[in-house]
Design a protein around this ligand. Sequence first.
Ligand SMILES: [Zn+2]
Length: 115
Amino acid sequence: MTKNVQSKLWLIFLHLVNLITTSPVLFHIILAIILTLGLSNCSSSIPNQKSNGHTHFTLVDKKLKEHQYNKPIIIQHGRRKVMYCRTHHRWEVIRSYWNPKEMDYEYYVIKHPKN
Ligand SMILES: [Zn+2]
């Protein structure tokens, strides 16, 4: 019984592969879907921020303080980035951590020592 289902699934899969490889339109659709998924994945790494006008991006850190930067804040988990904060008029070190419980990034902002 299960073997039957498996071979059926395999046939469907082969049929799909056949469709994708023979139809350039479908191939492009699949490619577009993959690209869209990839892009939405990317944009999920810039939460807690909204663009005000065109020039600055607001970031709310773990202490619920608001900071404004002139570039979007894209930092991978465990990484840090130095950016100029327009709210506090100083250079700041932003650290980013992925919170699996919240399914969102958390940001810790500290003053850059060179201020
Ligand atoms: Zn700041």
